[in-house]
Design a protein. Structure first.
Length: 221
């Protein structure tokens, strides 16, 4: 008789799962289910203006439980999972948890998987169908993907992008299909620094584009 024990199935710490539209970047306007994992390897000390609550898990469950909740969210909003419905894996830092077994289970349900990572960890590309990298440190390792989305702090907040030159330095040598600059949103300071970011986009020129957080504009999660 074998004495080997079966490894316990992985459990995932999830902050929230909800249906909405992708608000940002090249897929803005696409119906989506957001899977927000708990936990981040950088944290609020690095990004004091972080606009997401990722610290505490709302539930911890197996891959099939996560898929079940994602399917329920899609059922509620879209009457099911239309083939290719976007599943946006975010956080916190989703690469700490999204792994091939969970990705396979989500795809089997019909989801197309997008990930929004801070780029500090190398991404196993077969786990995602669309990769957004949004670096929060000058040095980051994931330097290719579908879109690079840089939060522009300018003079509005501390951060790694005080000016156009810092944006150019962050993007140097990268390979992405889309390049976005997105205003930092600090409600206490009057909201997004649109004008400052627009000036930076003009100065950068193509292929840079402005990314607006349209979900906030239209008042959805
Ligand atoms: S890396 Fe992203 S989720 Fe983590 S603290 Fe920074 S902005 Fe927030």
């Amino acid at each position: 008789m074998s004495t080997k024990s079966t490894p316990a199935a992985r459990r995932y710490a999830v902050r929230e799962i909800f249906p909405t539209l992708q608000g940002e970047g090249a897929q803005a306007g696409s119906p989506a289910v957001f899977l927000r994992f708990a936990g981040c390897n950088l944290g609020y000390a690095v990004c004091p203006w972080c606009d997401t609550d990722w610290a505490k898990a709302d539930f911890t469950g197996s891959a099939s439980e996560v898929v079940e909740r994602a399917r329920a969210a899609a059922d509620d909003a879209f009457g099911g999972v239309p083939d290719g419905l976007l599943l946006v894996a975010t956080g916190g830092e989703p690469s700490l948890q999204l792994d091939p077994p969970l990705a396979d289970a989500l795809r089997a349900e019909g989801f197309r998987i997008a990930m929004e990572t801070n780029g500090s960890r190398e991404i196993v590309r077969r786990t995602v169908d669309w990769l957004t990298v949004s670096p929060k440190q000058p040095e980051y390792v994931q330097r290719e993907g579908d879109e690079l989305k840089i939060v522009y702090t300018g003079r509005a907040a501390p951060g790694i992008t005080p000016d156009v030159e810092s944006v150019r330095a962050l993007a140097a040598g990268t390979r992405f299909d889309h390049y976005f600059l997105q205003p930092v949103d600090i409600p206490e300071e009057g909201g997004p620094n649109y004008q400052e970011t627009l000036r930076a986009v003009h100065a950068l020129g193509p292929p840079w584009r402005l990314s607006v957080q349209t979900h906030k504009v239209i008042g959805i999660p």
